[in-house]
Design a protein around this ligand. Structure first.
Ligand SMILES: Cc1cc2nc3c(=O)[nH]c(=O)nc-3n(C[C@H](O)[C@H](O)[C@H](O)COP(=O)(O)OP(=O)(O)OC[C@H]3O[C@@H](n4cnc5c(N)ncnc54)[C@H](O)[C@@H]3O)c2cc1C
Length: 486
C-alpha cells in the first residue's frame, strides 16, 4: 500500500485528495492523509448565510472559460447546482472624479475592440483616445525579457490606461499592482500577441472575428456566462468534495511543521506526531510550503519564500429595498489609485448573481487591502466598516447614509499570490530543485494561476504526478495528467 500525505485542505489540496480517492476506490493500493491546520476544510472558500442572503467571504465565482472547476463540480454531483452570472446586467464602473463612469462596451481587459463606444466614452481623455488609435500601428516587440504589466500597457496606451484600468483590474484579481506584476506570468496571451502582431487592438479583433466565424460555422450555441458559481455558494464545492473523500483521512486542526526526506520517503511532522509517507503533496500558499520544506531543501525553501503574497479584506453589507433601488444597474465598480480611496472595488452582488439576496435586500461586497494597503489588516472591524460606509456614501450616493441591516468583515492574511517580474524563471528553478526530491509535488495558487479553476487543476496535476511516479497512473487517463512537473 502506497501512502501519500497532502498538506493543506483548501481547494487545491481537496482536488488532489479527490484524484487520489478516485484511484483508491477503483482498487489501486494507495491511501492518503490530508493535514489541514485550521479547524475547517476549504481554505479561502467560505460561504455564510445572513438575513436570507448568501455572503461569500472569499471567492464568489470562477471564470467559466477555465473549465476545471465546473468539470470537477460535474464529477462531484453539483452539475445542476452551477449558476451563471447575470450577463445581461453586466456593466462595470470606474470611479473618476468621485463619480461612477461606465466602462465602454468592447473593452477586453484594457484593449478596446469597438471604436464608437470608446470614442464617445467620457472615461478617457482625448490624449488617450489618440493613443488608442495610434496603437493600431504598434510594431511587434523585439526581445522577450519579462516586464511589468504597467510597462507594457503604458507603451501601448499611455499612463492613464494603467491608472484607470490595468491597475484596478489587477487589484481585483490579484490584489496586486500593475507596476509589480509580471506581464509574462499574468497576461501571457498579451505578451504573445504583442510579439506576433505588435498592436494588441488588431490582435484582439482578429481573435474575436475568428471566434465569431467558428461560432457561425457550428450550430447556434448560447453564449456562456462570464462567471460561474454555485446556488448555495462556493463552499458547496468544499462540502461535496469532503463528502466524497475518506473521512478518516481528513485531519483538521493539524498544522504540519516540517516534511523531511527519509528512508526513500517522507516524514511528516504535525504537532507532536510524525508519520511516514511514500510521497507528499504540499498544497498550501508558497510561503507556508517554504516553511515546511526548510529542512528538506534550503534552496527550494528560499525560492518558494520569494513568491510574494498580499492580504485582503472583504466586507459585505446588507441593505433594504430603498437602498437597492438607489444602486445603479451592473456588477459593481473599480477604484483607481488616483481616486484616493482605500476601497479597491465593490460588487453589487444582488445584480451579479441569482440566488444571492431576496428581492427586498441589496448586497454590496467591498474589497480592501492588496499589495499597497497591508495596514488595513491592523484596523478593527469597526474602523473598516467606518471606511467602507463613508466611501460608499461618497461614491454611490446618499442612500448609503442608511444603517446596513448587517455587515460581515473577513480578513485574509497573505492569501493572494503576486506573480512579480521574474516569476516564470523562479518557477523554473523551483521545478528543477523539486525534481531532485522524488515523491514531492506542489500545488496551489502560488505557481501557475491564482483562480479557483487553476487551483483545482494544480491539485489534480500534483496528484497525477505522484501517481505517475508510483506507476499508478496510465497515460490514457483523462484528467489530472501532469502538464508541468511542479
Ligand atoms: C478574498 C479573495 C477573493 C477571491 N476571489 C476569487 C474569485 O472570485 N474567483 C477565483 O477564481 N478566485 C478567487 N480568489 C483566489 C482563489 O480563491 C484562491 O487562489 C484559491 O481558493 C486558493 O486555494 P488553495 O487551496 O491553493 O489555497 P488556500 O485556500 O489558501 O488553502 C490552503 C490551506 O492550507 C492550509 N495550511 C497552510 N499552512 C499549513 C500547514 N503548515 N499545515 C497544514 N495546513 C496548512 C491553510 O489553512 C489553508 O486552508 C480569491 C481569493 C481571496 C483571498
Amino acid at each position: 500500500m502506497k501512502r501519500i500525505a497532502i498538506i493543506g485542505g483548501g481547494i487545491s489540496g481537496l482536488s488532489a485528495a479527490y484524484t487520489i480517492e478516485q484511484k483508491r476506490q477503483s482498487g489501486t493500493p494507495v491511501e492518503y492523509v490530508l493535514f489541514e491546520s485550521s479547524p475547517r476544510l476549504g481554505g479561502v472558500l467560505v460561504t455564510d448565510r445572513v438575513d436570507g442572503c448568501l455572503v461569500e467571504a472569499g471567492p464568489d465565482s470562477f471564470l467559466t472559460e477555465k473549465t476545471w472547476a465546473a468539470d470537477l463540480c460535474g464529477k462531484i454531483g453539483l452539475g445542476d447546482q452551477l449558476i451563471g452570472s447575470n450577463d445581461s446586467e453586466r456593466k462595470t464602473y470606474i470611479v473618476v472624479n468621485g463619480k461612477l463612469v461606465v466602462m465602454p462596451d468592447g473593452l477586453m481587459f484594457m484593449v478596446p475592440t469597438k471604436i464608437m463606444p470608446t470614442v464617445f466614452s467620457p472615461l478617457f481623455s482625448v490624449r488617450t483616445k489618440l493613443r488608442m488609435a495610434a496603437e493600431w500601428f504598434h510594431p511587434p516587440r523585439k526581445g522577450s525579457e519579462d516586464e511589468t504589466v504597467a510597462q507594457m500597457v503604458e507603451r501601448h496606451y499611455g499612463s492613464e490606461m494603467v491608472d484607470l484600468l490595468a491597475d484596478p483590474l489587477l487589484s481585483g484579481v490579484y490584489g496586486g499592482e500593475a507596476s509589480e506584476l509580471s506581464v509574462r506570468a499574468v497576461l501571457p496571451r498579451f505578451a504573445d500577441m504583442e510579439s506576433k502582431h505588435g498592436s494588441l487592438g488588431r490582435a484582439m479583433l482578429g481573435l474575436r472575428k475568428e471566434a465569431r466565424r467558428k461560432m457561425g460555422a457550428t450550430t447556434k450555441v448560447p453564449a456562456r456566462p462570464l462567471f460561474s458559481s454555485l446556488k448555495d455558494g462556493m463552499q458547496q464545492m468544499v462540502t461535496a468534495l469532503a463528502a466524497r473523500l475518506d473521512g478518516r483521512a481528513l485531519k483538521t486542526s493539524a498544522p504540519v511543521q516540517s516534511v523531511i526526506r527519509q528512508d526513500n520517503g517522507w516524514t511528516v511532522c504535525a504537532g507532536y506526531k510524525t508519520d511516514h509517507f511514500d510521497a507528499v503533496i504540499i498544497a498550501t500558499p508558497a510561503h507556508a510550503a517554504s516553511d515546511v520544506l526548510q529542512s528538506a531543501d534550503e534552496n527550494l525553501s528560499r525560492d518558494l519564500g520569494e513568491i510574494k503574497y498580499s492580504s485582503s479584506v472583504t466586507v459585505t453589507l446588507g441593505y433594504d429595498e430603498k437602498v437597492r433601488r438607489s444602486i445603479p444597474p451592473g456588477f459593481g465598480f473599480l477604484v483607481p489609485r488616483s481616486a484616493g480611496h482605500r476601497m479597491l472595488a465593490a460588487t453589487f452582488v444582488h445584480n451579479k448573481f441569482p440566488h444571492r439576496a431576496p428581492e427586498n435586500r441589496a448586497l454590496v461586497r467591498c474589497f480592501l487591502g492588496g499589495a499597497r494597503d497591508e495596514q488595513i489588516l491592523e484596523s478593527s472591524e469597526k474602523e473598516i466598516l467606518g471606511i467602507v460606509r463613508a466611501e460608499l456614501r461618497q461614491i454611490v450616493g446618499i442612500a448609503f447614509d442608511a444603517e446596513p441591516l448587517f455587515a460581515s468583515v473577513y480578513k485574509w492574511k497573505s492569501a493572494m499570490a503576486q506573480y512579480s517580474v521574474g516569476h516564470l524563471e523562479r518557477l523554473q528553478r523551483i521545478e528543477s530543485l523539486s525534481r531532485k526530491l522524488p515523491g514531492l509535488a506542489l500545488a496551489g495558487n502560488g505557481y501557475y494561476g491564482i483562480g479557483v479553476p487553476d487551483c483545482v487543476r494544480s491539485g489534480a496535476e500534483a496528484a497525477g504526478k505522484i501517481l505517475t511516479e508510483m506507476a499508478m497512473w496510465s497515460a490514457a487517463e483523462p484528467s489530472g495528467k501532469p502538464s508541468s512537473s511542479l
